[in-house]
Structures are given as structure tokens and as C-alpha cells.
Design a protein around this ligand. Structure first.
Ligand code: CDP
Length: 253
């Protein structure tokens, strides 16, 4: 089997060179990390679930005209995506206070915000992804004003889509993070949603019970992370109820 060239290995995914120019194979690992990788574990089957869930969200987004990098799923752990030039920002959208916003501003977790609030963090693990303002982004040239307008519009469209999809299955979308990247067409570029959308990067609470169905289960030792993600997938009809967990990935050539 031909060895593929590894382009990048992150905390939860590995990127390999894709079969065609401009494509990348995104491999979902079972590794879970929190608090900037201070807490680590291997959760068997998490990669399989996130591969399917990210496919589900990205496909739905494409259907309503929100451009994103997803091309097709290749196997249980891998998907083919468009290669992009990642904008070095984590774009966070919040509908309810939680996590760092609650800590920073002293707002009780679960408080509904007056409107969706979009925050930007500079993508740098060594710095712990610090919160930045649009002033920093413009001054340091991380994104242009046009990029920022497009990013805001993409983030709010993803929020409306995900909130609706989740509400339909009794889940509250508290907050989430996306990343965006540039695709080039001659001298022009446009921005598309990249990376992943999964319970690793969202806060998802059961509407009736408040039960957490996202990575906070791992961060805060609230139970079995795999069960929580499986519940999200089951409600969305993404994985057949009794599908056996697949732990041995088949790598493509
Ligand atoms: O997750 P944490 O409390 O550290 O930070 P947050 O700013 O409250 O996170 C807001 C949302 O963005 C949560 O759904 C996180 O899971 C997500 N996030 C992420 O996926 N990756 C990061 N590096 C930071 C936040």
C-alpha cells in the first residue's frame, strides 16, 4: 500500500495529502484532550462518531448553501476535504453562557444571551488560544475586513442551522467553535467552513434534563463520553442504533 504523506497531526485529527491536488484526507483519532491538552485520554470509537457527525453537519450546511470543505466520507474514520488556507482564528458562537464566558464575565452557566455573541480566539496552542478583538485581527493581518464580514455571516448561518437541527432532536446548542479557510480562484479567494463540527467543538445540552452531551462530559468527568456522543448521533439518525463500534480503521491508499 502506498504510504501517504502526513501533512499535520493535531490533537484529535491527522491530515494526509489527498489523492488529487487541492484535497486532503482528514482522519479522526480517538484521542480526547481538554484544557489545552493537559488532560488526555483515548475514547475508543470517538473518531468514528465525529467523522460521521461532521459529515452530517457539513452535508446539511452545503444543502442550505453554506460553503464548506467536506467532499465525501471515505471510510469509518476518514473524509476527503478541500484543502484550504486556514484563517488562524477559532470562531466561537454562543447562545447561552458557559465555559470561559461564564468565568470571565461571572454569568451563570445556562443563562440565555440577549443575542448570539461571536468571539474570536487566536489559534495558538502555546498561548492557549487567547481571546482577541477585531483590532488585533486587522492590525496583525490575520484576516481582512471583507474576510471578517464573511466570517461573521458564515458563523451566524452555521449557528442558525445547527440550533435548528439540534432543537428538532431535543438538544440545546449552547455554543460552538468553527474554523474557516480560504480557497483561491486566481487572485480572488472566498472563505469556507473547514476543520470539523462535532460534539468535541460544541456544547450540547438536553433541552429537558440539561444533561451534557458534549466534550464537557470528559472535561468535567461527568460520565462516558462515547455514550454522550452516541446519543447525539442516535437522535440525529446518523448511526444505526445497534451498529457495532468500529475500532480498526481501514486506511485508503
Ligand atoms: O471550552 P472552554 O470552556 O475551554 O472554552 P469556551 O471558550 O467556553 O468554548 C466555547 C465553545 O468552543 C465550546 O463549545 C468549546 O467546546 C469550543 N472550543 C473548541 O472547540 N476548541 C477550542 N480550542 C476552544 C473552544
Amino acid at each position: 500500500m502506498a504510504r501517504r504523506k502526513k501533512i499535520y497531526e493535531g490533537k484529535a485529527k491527522i491530515l494526509y495529502e489527498g489523492p488529487e491536488p487541492g484535497t486532503i484526507v482528514q482522519y479522526f483519532k480517538d484521542d480526547a484532550t481538554a484544557f489545552n491538552a493537559e488532560k488526555k485520554a483515548v475514547i475508543e470509537g470517538k473518531g468514528v462518531l465525529n467523522n460521521r457527525l461532521s459529515e452530517f453537519f457539513m452535508t446539511g450546511l452545503a444543502q442550505i448553501g453554506v460553503p464548506n470543505h467536506f467532499i465525501k466520507r471515505l471510510n469509518m474514520r476518514e473524509q476527503l476535504v478541500r484543502s484550504v488556507e486556514i484563517v488562524p482564528l477559532e470562531i466561537i458562537v454562543r447562545n447561552y453562557a458557559a465555559g470561559t464566558m461564564s468565568k470571565r464575565l461571572g454569568i451563570e452557566e445556562g443563562t440565555q444571551l440577549p443575542r448570539p455573541i461571536v468571539e474570536y480566539c487566536y489559534k495558538d496552542d502555546a498561548l492557549g488560544d487567547p481571546l482577541v478583538t477585531e483590532e488585533h485581527i486587522a492590525a496583525f493581518g490575520w484576516a481582512s475586513q471583507q474576510d471578517m464580514d464573511d466570517i461573521l455571516s458564515l458563523a451566524l448561518r452555521v449557528n442558525d442551522f445547527l440550533s435548528g437541527v439540534m432543537m428538532a432532536v431535543g438538544i440545546r446548542l449552547v455554543d460552538f467553535k468553527i474554523e474557516v479557510g480560504r480557497v483561491f480562484d486566481g487572485d480572488f479567494h472566498r472563505l469556507i467552513v473547514a476543520d470539523e463540527i462535532s460534539p468535541d467543538s460544541c456544547r450540547l445540552w438536553d433541552i429537558d434534563t440539561g444533561q451534557k452531551l458534549d466534550k464537557d462530559v470528559f472535561r468535567r468527568d461527568l460520565g462516558d463520553l462515547k455514550d454522550a456522543y452516541t446519543e447525539v448521533a442516535r437522535r440525529l439518525g446518523v448511526m444505526p442504533k445497534n451498529a457495532p463500534p468500529v475500532t480498526k480503521p481501514t486506511l485508503i491508499n
